[in-house]
Design a binder for this molecule. Structure first.
Ligand code: NAD
Length: 271
């Protein structure tokens, strides 16, 4: 049966940033496919809330993915409890929301970005994905295989269109922008994916990346209208629309796929 190819019966899937907006959606998808989502997140209260939303078995670990000791502790706990891990989703990243009305916590501008901000964004989005791949991936390689899914973005393929974030009557140096770190992290994730895919191919550890387009999440109408004009399908994604690709990449439905970049962006990057 083709549909059984997508079954994750009892497969343990670790999700970094699992308590966040999209992490919860992936966790729900894994659970609905019969798997056991394991949420790793630095935000402990959010972890509790996320776990309660999942109907089936779920595990949570408070874990800062920039700290190797934290990841090793979560990995040890997970293996003691479940014995093995079938898939890892490298999802956590600093995800600065920029919109003309909401602005953002820091301007993101290239000229004034501090080295500390650059380092913090790279640490979570890229170094964290490296460390989790190293620790969980090595275990999968030794145990006979697994799947690593790296979350990139349409901004891993194209440059941000900063005109989307412009606010009227504000001098140029004060305009907020999508920061350069986001492009660097999301492009770097694609290289990491290809490297992992060949490195552990013989051990049957597959690694693939998804480039996700923006998701509807209460953005102001003006922003939604402006971004819709740049997307052939004419809208942002609904978070449930990413459930299918995640289950596909974690399951044996994608058993002959590795090192690939799956672009799911309503067509944004083909325009
Ligand atoms: N939301 C979108 O529109 C969109 C679009 C394309 C790609 N993405 C990507 O999807 C992923 C998830 O985005 P989201 O919108 O759910 O973001 P989010 O901010 O809601 O979730 C990120 C989660 O990561 C956690 N986190 C941050 N630093 C951490 C650390 N050091 N260790 C462990 N956990 C940490 C946060 O606590 C949070 O729960 C990101 O990689 C983002 O770049 C999002």
């Amino acid at each position: 049966m083709a549909s059984s190819l997508f079954d994750l019966d009892g497969e343990v899937v670790a999700i970094t940033g699992g308590a966040g907006f999209l992490g919860r959606t992936y966790a729900q998808a894994i659970s609905e496919a019969g798997g056991i989502p394991v949420l790793l997140d630095i935000n402990e209260p959010a972890l509790e809330g996320a776990a309660q939303q999942i109907g089936g078995p779920v595990a949570t670990y408070r874990c800062d993915i920039t700290e190797p000791d934290d990841i090793r502790a979560a990995h040890r706990g997970l293996i003691e409890r479940f014995d093995r891990i079938g898939a890892l989703i490298n999802n956590a990243a600093n995800n600065p929301t920029v919109s003309p009305d909401a602005g953002m916590a820091y301007s993101g501008r290239l000229e004034t970005m501090s080295l500390a901000q650059w380092q913090a964004d790279i640490d979570v989005g890229l170094t964290g994905a490296f460390l989790c791949s190293q620790i969980f991936g090595a275990h999968m390689a030794a145990a006979g295989g697994g799947s690593i899914v790296n979350i990139s973005s349409d901004l891993g393929v194209i440059s941000p269109d900063q005109r989307l974030y412009r606010r009227e009557n504000i001098p140029e140096p004060e305009q907020t922008v999508k920061p350069i770190t986001y492009s660097a992290v999301k492009t770097g994730i694609l290289g990491l994916t290809r490297y992992l895919a060949t490195y552990w191919a013989k051990q049957n550890v597959r690694a693939n990346a998804v480039c996700l387009g923006g998701v509807l999440n209460g953005q102001p109408e003006t922003f939604l209208n402006a971004v819709a004009e740049r997307i052939p399908l004419g809208r942002l994604a609904r978070c449930e629309e990413y459930k299918g690709p995640i289950v596909f990449l974690c399951s044996r439905a994608s058993s002959y796929m590795t090192g690939a970049t799956l672009v799911i962006d309503g067509g944004r990057t083909i325009w």
